[in-house]
Design a protein around this ligand. Sequence first.
Ligand code: NAD
Ligand code: UGA
Length: 460
Amino acid sequence: MAIKNICCLGAGYVGGPTCSVIAWKCPDVKVTVVDLSVERIAQWNSEKLPIYEPLLDDVVKECRGKNLFFTNDVKSAILDADLIFISVNTPTKTFGNGKGRAADLKYVEGAARMIADIAQSDKIVVEKSTVPVRAAESIQNILYANNKPGVTYHILSNPEFLAEGTAINDLLHADRVLIGGEDSGAIEKLCKIYEHWIPRKNILTTNTWSSELSKLAANAMLAQRVSSINSLSAVCEATGADVSEVARAVGLDSRIGSKFLQASIGFGGSCFQKDILDLVYICECLNLPEVAAYWQQVIDMNEYQKSRFTAKVVRALFNTVSGKNIALLGFAFKKNTGDTRESPAIYVAKTLLDEGATLNIYDPKVEESQIFKDLTHPSICESPEQVRKTVKVCGDAYSATKGTHAIVVCTEWDEFMVLDYKKIYDGMMKPAFIFDGRKILDHEKLLEYGFHVQTIGKQL
Ligand code: NAD
Ligand code: UGA
């Protein structure tokens, strides 16, 4: 029997957009997205969705209330479902064995226990969260240890490869869909869902462990490219080479390719660091220290890039930012998202605040409350009151930059490329500095206006 009823546990950045697209493309399938958070579900049912993602509003509007539902009623959703996606968060552990590296599987385990508790009929359980290789085994153990007579489970791995800011497009035009599993019948049923819009040749089936490991491998290799180009950006700054020219020359080799070679202040986001740390931990557990060290270097290079950039800002401002007012343009970890998880902007802000600066922060999509939540987190600051006194969140780039000593561009939002920098220069303290952490601005023009300009991977 074909899948008619899908439930997704976890209404986050993956569960929400993925299920919205499934509902849109499979009008004959009922899709119910559930979450433990009452607030998040209320937002999914409101006019202002909990996440900003281009095109998402349109897709949700098209399907919500027809065959797409957001609810906290976990019980009914699980009871009715033929197939359940586990799309919950898998953050880095903050305590105990593997602290700071291993993935914390408590939410995945919680989801599996909920299914085992509630289910009365056969279910296909699909691991969509990013998990350590062999996690499906734990899910299987939990489900069967709590099994009710006559209920059969098939576990599949179906990792998600969407990137934030392009999620809907990535889902609609996925390079590939990956399904790992041992039961060909269950695999076929999930394939049939994706075949509503993905050509069969782009649906790859593998064993469960290859699928789980491929997700970690893909993220590690993408992040490795960013760290590679960022490492070369330091060489460029020291030699007069231009990292954009190097990236272009290197990327035109079809064996290398041009994507993910944009030098930056370092990669952020909820997954690259978490997944590489998990890979490193897995390698150590497997007694593969050389492999662990190899991937750890990708993280170390990213830390180096973030601190190198921030040190450059302080150095240029005559080695002191104490009492200086600095504008941060962009706080999200990349453009076209309001997500700030592991955003390099947090590191930049923290370092400048530690050095005594006051900050004006503007981001087109990050809420003021989120900026304060990030900067007052105990791992970032000791005194939340101090942060509230020294950070101002502004409603646009012009008010954020007015009267400041320097501008630091942390996120590559398109609107930052078309600002009136002459007007901005006129309103700033002199000498006026601009640090382009994303290489998106017209540096020649900025120099003409009188700015002192610094960027990544290029001497100016
Ligand atoms: P998220 O934090 O945005 O969402 C996870 C949601 O799961 C939260 O709302 C949480 O309340 C909910 N949840 C936790 N336990 C639950 C339970 N038992 N039942 C119902 N809901 C529960 O996380 P995310 O960014 O969507 O990531 C989810 C997974 O997908 C992670 O493993 C991540 O690595 C992976 N992933 C994320 C992205 C991305 O772009 N964010 C891309 C690919 C893969
Ligand atoms: C990344 C992967 O691209 C997705 O395939 C994956 O599904 C996802 O992680 C995940 O597992 O969560 P995401 O983190 O949303 O997606 O965004 P990316 O576009 O990969 O950017 C990550 C970080 O790298 C950003 O801070 C970005 O600015 C930075 N980056 C990216 C660069 O600095 N240079 C580049 O050339 C590319």
